[in-house]
Design a protein around this ligand. Structure first.
Ligand code: ZN
Length: 463
């Protein structure tokens, strides 16, 4: 799937009307795939086939909800009017105000040739109208009531410090838009029973990107400080690095150090914000870009973005979402910092809460707690390290559970029922169905296989 060159404003092909697609064949599907690749690489939200020089009525759109492909689209309904700012991959460096319908209904074919209708409003409606214009040879500047130059985003000379998977999207984003002079990560560590020396996730990605990698033993040493200063970075970007940095390091660069933190600060300062947010049953959390200061996660806020926590979100799924939002917040925050009128927002100290790293004792499930709370803890510890209980002297990991009302009242930890989905265990309040578990030494299995294989009976007890 190659990326295609995007036609620019002065190229005549952009002014031609595209023809309807007659047949959805392999060539068209491969065009769609190439358009996705091209749009994503250019970080656009929509792309019409005319923009890659193909005069067919095809567009792809992704405004962050579901990706949409429209073949032979026609607007069949409109409502409302709204002014808004637009830009276009074919018109780099310019943005303008354009009046569009607030809501549109589009009839189109999908890639299987099936007709469907799309009701679009807000940003999606605007992008649909913009892209359909391209199919008619119309570019947004033709409709704009005013045009302004887009300031080119700043390009910092950055030293990146990060370690875990959470850091990876931020590193990739930085490498695309800034000059990353070095990536600092922790040393390789022996992993597993065979103690195989394993690099941190950030190191592997940095090497793929061809970046210089440093793995200092001690970030507090004067030698490290000097090495860092020698790289002459303009700013340090720290994302889930795993070591506290001394003041000397934070002051090496003219722009200081910024940190991407996985919570809406001042809530959940500390090493395990994602886990604590899930355990506390928060409905939303988010990402903060802040200036780093000597005190843990207490720096002024540059930018924040909220992310909802779904009922099935685990530490794993939520970390992934937050990591991607974090990369966006980082890029936008760096743009914001260079603006003249920019002033970072001090954190409201009185609202600060803490999310310290979890220890071994947090992994054991306490049946006397309410089922809702236990279920949250299990999600907060999934996929790593996992919550567990003891069962017949063995460790039983609880990977997935569901809260149910208890049919009878028994002491917490006792099996009240055995259903098709798995055993039902009494908690301090309500009960939990064990939907997915793992007996130590074995493989994960569903609750029904566990009940059958180990002959679980009502009255059995898990502690
Ligand atoms: Zn456009």
């Amino acid at each position: 799937m190659p990326e295609l060159p995007i036609k620019k404003y002065d190229e005549p092909v952009l002014r031609n009307k595209a023809r309807p697609v007659k047949k959805i064949n392999r060539a068209l599907l491969s065009l769609l795939d190439d358009m996705w690749e091209t749009m994503r690489a250019a970080e656009g939200v929509g792309l019409a086939a005319t923009q890659v020089g193909v005069l067919q009525r095809v567009v792809v759109i992704d405004v962050g909800e579901d990706p949409i492909e429209l073949i032979n689209p026609v607007i069949v309904g409109r409502a409302g009017e709204e002014e808004g700012i637009e830009a276009c991959l074919s018109v780099p460096g310019l943005m303008g105000e354009v009046e569009r319908s607030e809501r549109v209904t589009v009839k189109a074919l999908d890639r299987r040739g099936k007709t469907f209708w799309l009701d679009a409003e807000g940003l999606l409606a605007r992008v649909v109208q913009h892209e359909l214009d391209h199919l008619d040879g119309v570019v947004f500047v033709d409709r704009a009531s005013s045009l302004t130059k887009i300031e080119p985003p700043p390009r910092f000379r950055v030293v990146f410090m990060g370690t875990s998977d959470f850091s990876v999207p931020s590193l990739r984003a930085l490498a695309r838009h800034h000059e990353v002079v070095a990536v600092i990560t922790r040393p390789d560590r022996p992993v597993g029973r065979r103690k195989i020396m394993t690099p941190p996730p950030v190191k592997e990605v940095a090497e793929q990107l061809g970046l210089c990698v440093l793995q200092p033993q001690d970030c507090r040493s004067p030698e490290f400080r000097d090495e860092l200063a020698g790289l002459e970075p303009e700013i340090l970007v720290v994302v889930s690095f795993g070591q506290i940095l001394p003041k000397g390091v934070l002051e090496v660069t003219p722009w200081g150090a910024v940190n991407v933190h996985a919570s809406l600060l001042p809530k959940y300062r500390g090493a395990a914000p994602i886990q604590h947010a899930i355990m506390n049953g928060e409905e939303r959390t988010g990402v903060t870009l802040m200036k780093m200061v000597g005190r843990l996660d207490a720096g002024d806020i540059i930018l924040q973005a909220a992310v909802p926590i779904g009922a099935n979100d685990t530490y794993g799924t939520l970390e992934k979402k937050l990591a991607h939002v974090g990369a966006k917040v980082l890029l936008r925050g760096l743009e914001r910092m260079v603006k003249e009128d920019f002033a970072p927002l001090p954190q409201a100290e009185e609202r600060a809460t803490f999310a310290p790293s979890l220890d071994r004792s947090d992994e054991r499930v306490q049946w006397q707690e309410p089922a809702v709370q236990i279920e949250r803890k299990i999600r907060a510890l999934y996929p790593e390290p996992g919550a567990y209980v003891s069962w017949q002297g063995r460790r039983l990991k609880l990977w997935q559970t569901r809260v149910v009302e208890s049919p009878t009242a028994l002491p917490p930890g006792q099996v009240v029922d055995v259903t098709d989905e798995g055993p039902v265990v009494m908690c301090g309040q309500d009960a939990l169905i064990l939907e997915r578990v793992q007996v130590s030494g074995g493989k994960p299995m569903d609750g029904a296989s566990f009940s059958r294989g180990y002959r679980i009976q009502p009255g059995d007890s898990l502690i």
